[in-house]
Design a protein around this ligand. Structure first.
Ligand SMILES: Cc1ncc(COP(=O)(O)O)c(C=O)c1O
Length: 386
């Protein structure tokens, strides 16, 4: 059993979540529930492998080993039921970086890029920086907080000339793990309007009991041929700082365009990142199973606590990700006052409005932390709102 309750000090490790709090929030004593990395120790095999490698005092140029490829391919076969081939894979430092390269390689300045909002805010930035045109379709919020695609609206937007749709699966911040039937409907539209898909599946390993991650690339031959998928061990194994991710594309024409762009920018690969990825995807099954169970219980605890103690805040257990989406709109506060109230209470959350206009009145919190930390945070939240 892995001990996710174990607390340890993360200060002075140069991590944004803990060491930049004073700069970002004006005080250093908040409980950080913002930045999406976890407060858990990574897989012990990763620590061992990196420590052993670091002990050898040379760090020369490196390459993707057979073990690296086999681990990623094996993980996806075993856990996600998808067959990936080496020649479909591209090493990339990060998933946001992958997003930028895909827009750069597969679309032209001015092209319309569709997002379903609220969504992870760097998606907006990448479109702006690449000088593409952002088109958004609001997710529909159902009873109990379950969000769904608005197919009618998505079709309207696609009919108007969308070049590429950025799918987030599982979806940050609303926590949906999209089901095959839903993805098939999206694929029908993408096929009809010839829309390419970038599937950001960085959260795909963190899925709660009763739900199953369905890779968009797996749902049909057509979907496979119009998709580039990004995955990474960064969220799953708490190794975001090693900046090592993977893109894969089954369509050789799409692969060649993206690969050419990546090759031409000479990004290279990182010795420690490749090793961490290899070890994670070789030895990490039990860790991830137990992690998902722990996070699921954390989310249940938070949802239950809020329902009983701060019932004007509406939330729910996410289907995937370690992120929770808290609807605080019943208080009628401005977004600025809402954030101030939560920060003054001693908690650093994410501002819901950053994820799109649908997020006004919301905050996002990260439950990838020790239960005791969440208990402390919930007491502070209760005091602030009651
Ligand atoms: C949906 C999504 N994509 C990408 C990232 C970040 O990816 P990376 O750190 O690899 O750029 C995050 C981090 O929160 C995320 O939630």
């Amino acid at each position: 059993m892995y001990d996710f309750d174990k607390k340890f000090d993360r200060h002075n490790t140069d991590v944004i979540k803990w060491d930049r709090m004073e700069k970002d929030f004006g005080r250093a004593d908040l409980i950080p529930l913002g930045i999406a990395d976890m407060d858990f120790e990574t897989l012990p095999e990763i620590v061992k492998a990196l420590t052993e490698r670091a002990a050898h005092p040379t760090y020369g140029y490196t390459f993707q080993s057979d073990n690296y490829y086999d681990s990623f391919i094996g993980w996806n076969k075993r856990r996600n039921g998808i067959d990936i081939r080496r020649e479909e894979m591209i090493a990339i430092p990060g998933v946001v970086c992958a997003n930028a390269f895909i827009l750069y390689a597969l679309t032209e300045p001015g092209d319309k890029i569709l997002l379903t909002t609220p969504v992870y805010d760097p998606f907006f930035k990448v479109i702006e920086q690449q000088k593409r045109t952002m088109v958004t379709s609001s997710l529909i919020k159902k009873e109990g907080g379950r969000y769904e695609f608005d197919y009618e609206d998505m079709e309207k937007k696609m009919a108007d000339g969308v070049k590429l749709f950025v799918l987030c699966n599982p979806h940050n911040p609303v926590g949906r793990v999209w089901e095959k039937e839903e993805l098939l409907k999206v694929n029908e539209l993408c096929k009809k309007y010839n829309v390419l898909v970038f599937s950001d599946d960085i959260h795909s390993d963190i899925v709660m009991k009763g739900h199953k991650y369905c890779p968009y690339v797996s749902i049909s031959e057509d979907a496979a041929m119009r998709t580039v998928t990004a995955m990474a061990p960064s969220k799953t194994f708490n190794v975001a700082g090693i900046k090592t991710s993977v893109l894969f594309a089954k369509n050789p024409e799409i692969f060649n365009k993206v690969n050419e762009a990546v090759v031409n920018f000479h990004l290279g690969v990182n010795l420690f990142g490749l090793k961490a990825l290899e070890v994670a995807y070789t030895h990490g099954d039990k860790y991830v199973d137990e992690l998902c169970e722990y996070i699921g219980k954390n989310a249940e605890y938070v949802a239950d606590y809020i329902e009983k103690n701060i019932p004007k805040i509406k939330t729910y257990v996410p289907e995937g990700t370690y992120l929770m989406w808290l609807d605080c709109s019943a208080y009628g506060l401005s977004q600025e006052d809402l954030m101030k109230k939560v920060i003054d209470a001693g908690i650093a959350p994410n501002d819901g409005s950053h994820y799109g206009k649908e997020g006004v009145g919301f905050i996002r919190i990260n439950v990838g932390t020790q239960r005791s930390m969440l208990e402390e945070a919930m007491e502070k939240l209760k005091k602030a709102f009651n």
